[in-house]
Design a protein around this ligand. Structure first.
Ligand SMILES: *[C@@H]1O[C@H](CO)[C@@H](O)[C@H](O)[C@H]1NC(C)=O
Ligand SMILES: *[C@@H]1O[C@H](CO)[C@@H](O)[C@H](O)[C@H]1NC(C)=O
Ligand SMILES: *[C@@H]1O[C@H](CO)[C@@H](O)[C@H](O)[C@H]1NC(C)=O
Length: 347
């Protein structure tokens, strides 16, 4: 076996993978160290990551638990007894504790095990081709590792890799992101009903554009598939998040995005955001039959007003039908909207 050639081929492949987006029909690259179990397989993959990382500036917040969302799509079937394994740099300490955020949006988790490098989910139900997602808690390391790459492996009962995605670039740690995990609440959870969704941004230390995090100009919430964003209803800013007086929110029907501006234009001075919990409310129609397989909502902080320059996206676990929602305080006549893209602005 020509190990040098193999390693070289792997480096080439990894570099190619790093530089190109998701491609189908890639040859799985065996790792020289434990090549025995890494048979060459064809794979069809699509893996997305959301990770909320922050570097604590004060010791109080060191080792903060953050939520990592993993979603993947596979064309393979993994029978009961299979394993989902994530190989991560050793500085990332994952937690299998549900209180730290472990939540699968599909059935069949038998157990979860943390590893020196990553973690492993053991399944007792089969996974058929499709899209899947889960959230897991992770303790923030104090630095972004130089080689910040993750592997996602789907293995069968015998430990053979059935499908995989290698060398996924991890997000960088964001210094000065003094936010606690955002919270998602919902008015009700009956299938097909209209419900207000509230996202709470928890600012634990004043966000000052001159501080290390730097300026951000808008906040964007992404609604998962199967939900309908009700764009005829306004966004409610319950707790005085600093925004312009008018035209401060935008609802995008097709993209299922809610965006809130902190400034009227890119040139305007950016306000400080005092430490406080800020709730933003908007309306959605729940799915009629099934919750999305990737039941993850995200809230992003953006440097610009069009939110093309994201500082970070924080994942929030979605809810299930029948989960208790908060009581509705006001009754509204809700407008039903269908059809084409609508961008509404407040006036
Ligand atoms: C390799 O596979 C064997 C069974 O085929 C298993 O016992 C062993 O734990 C696997 N090794 C690794 C590193 O996954
Ligand atoms: C990969 O997906 C394509 C369709 O997108 C399918 O035709 C093909 O059989 C899949 N390959 C494997 C190995 O499952
Ligand atoms: C899978 O494992 C979980 C946790 O041990 C258990 O609660 C569940 O009943 C199991 N499901 C099946 C189908 O065996």
């Amino acid at each position: 076996m020509h190990h040098t050639a193999l390693i070289f081929a792997c480096i080439l492949l990894v570099q190619k993978l790093r530089s190109c987006p998701v491609k189908k029909f890639r040859v799985y690259c065996p790792r020289p160290s434990n090549a025995a179990n890494y048979s060459v397989a064809w794979w069809n993959y699509s893996v997305a990551w959301w990770i909320a990382l922050r570097v604590a500036l004060d010791a109080r917040n060191a080792k903060q638990v953050v939520h990592v969302a993993v979603s993947f799509q596979t064309s393979q079937t993994i029978l009961s007894g299979g394993v989902i394994e994530v190989v991560a740099p050793a500085v990332y300490g994952f937690s299998c504790d549900a209180a730290d955020g472990l939540k699968l949006f599909f059935a069949g988790l038998q157990s979860c095990e943390t590893l020196d490098e990553g973690f492993r989910l053991m399944l007792n139900q089969s996974v058929s081709p499709g899209s899947y997602a889960f959230l897991i808690g992770m303790r923030t390391p104090s630095f972004t590792p130089y080689t910040n790459l993750f592997d996602l492996l789907l293995k069968d009962l015998e430990g053979k890799v059935v499908d995989a995605r290698l060398a996924l670039p991890g997000p960088r740690l964001i210094p000065g992101l003094t936010l606690d995990l955002p919270v998602l609440t919902f008015a009700r959870s009956q299938p097909g009903s209209d419900a207000e969704i509230r996202v709470t941004l928890k600012v634990v230390q004043t966000l000052d554009p001159l501080q290390v995090l730097g300026p951000f100009r808008s906040v964007q919430i992404a609604v998962p598939e199967r939900f309908t964003l009700i764009v005829r209803e306004p966004v409610t800013n319950y707790d005085g998040l600093p925004t312009p007086e008018v035209s401060w929110y935008h609802l995008y029907f097709l993209e299922k995005l809610v965006r809130v501006d902190l400034v009227a234009d890119g040139a305007e001075e950016i306000p400080q955001i005092p430490a406080k919990d800020y709730r933003l409310g908007f309306k959605v129609r729940l799915p009629e039959f099934w919750m999305p397989s990737v039941n993850v909502w995200t809230v992003s902080l953006c440097r610009d007003l069009s939110c093309s320059d994201l500082i970070t996206s924080l994942p929030m676990a979605g809810f299930e039908f029948g989960d208790p929602g908060f009581e509705q305080e006001e009754a509204h006549d809700w407008w039903r909207v269908g059809g084409s893209e609508v961008a509404l602005e407040a006036d």
